[in-house]
Ligand binder design. Structure first.
Ligand code: CA
Length: 226
């Protein structure tokens, strides 16, 4: 899961970043409003943690602008207790949740899990499609027909998460590269082909009905083999 953290207090930013990385989130961090907006507009994040008081552009304006431009990423807004009256404004602007500082780390993690949970997705820990089950905490992919299991590397796990969350969606190589290697990374797109081939070998080993399909010139999707 890829997160964007927009927070100008360096100490808090570092602490949150560490906490989230310990929970296996892939975190990009920025320290001001304009950078936050620019990153949000890439659409590569699974959730955004957005502070309200930010240099350059406040969190409300960042969120409002991102929503106007079609960004639907779940957003958790952070604010000082004194700014509590702004709560309604935050929700009106499309924030999914509002957390007042100081907060407990467990509360933050619970909020994040809640805003990222999509309708119809019953558990956060196992993502399923066809006869595939992804156990994210263990990095393990299993097949319910053959009862085989296979371990995934960190990047394979991240790719599989995206496919399993939206089966049938065709992901372009560019989007997958951004999601897995990062917004500003120089990752070559043919890395994606290498990882897709690793995943295909693992799906073949599992004997799963689900397959990774290539749509030439467009990208890859997870489909049920009929
Ligand atoms: Ca701040």
């Amino acid at each position: 899961m890829k997160l964007l953290l927009v927070e100008d207090e360096a100490g808090l930013r570092a602490a949150l970043c560490q906490l989230l990385q310990n929970e296996q989130y892939d975190v990009d961090q920025v320290a001001n409003g304009p950078d936050g907006l620019e990153h949000m507009l890439t659409g590569v994040y699974d959730a955004v943690i957005l502070d309200v008081m930010l240099p350059g552009m406040d969190g409300f304006s960042v969120l409002q602008s991102a929503r106007k431009q079609g960004v639907r990423t779940p957003v958790l807004m952070l604010t000082a207790r004194a700014e509590l009256e702004d709560r309604v404004r935050g929700l009106d602007n499309g924030a999914d949740y509002y957390l007042t500082k100081p907060f407990q780390t467990q509360e933050l993690l619970a909020c994040l899990r809640a805003i990222m949970r999509r309708p119809g997705e019953t558990t956060y820990s196992a993502l399923c499609f066809s006869d595939l089950e992804l156990h994210q905490q263990e990095g393990r992919l299993s097949c319910t027909t053959t009862h085989q299991n296979v371990k995934l590397s960190a990047k394979e796990l991240r790719l599989m998460e995206y496919f399993l969350r939206e089966p049938g969606r065709i992901f372009s190589r560019e989007l997958l590269a951004e999601k897995v290697w990062g917004y500003e990374s120089e990752a070559e797109y043919n890395n994606i082909e290498v990882y897709i081939s690793f995943l295909r070998k693992k799906l073949a080993f599992l004997g799963a009905h689900a397959k990774l399909k290539t749509t030439r010139g467009i990208g890859y999707s997870l489909e049920e083999d009929t």
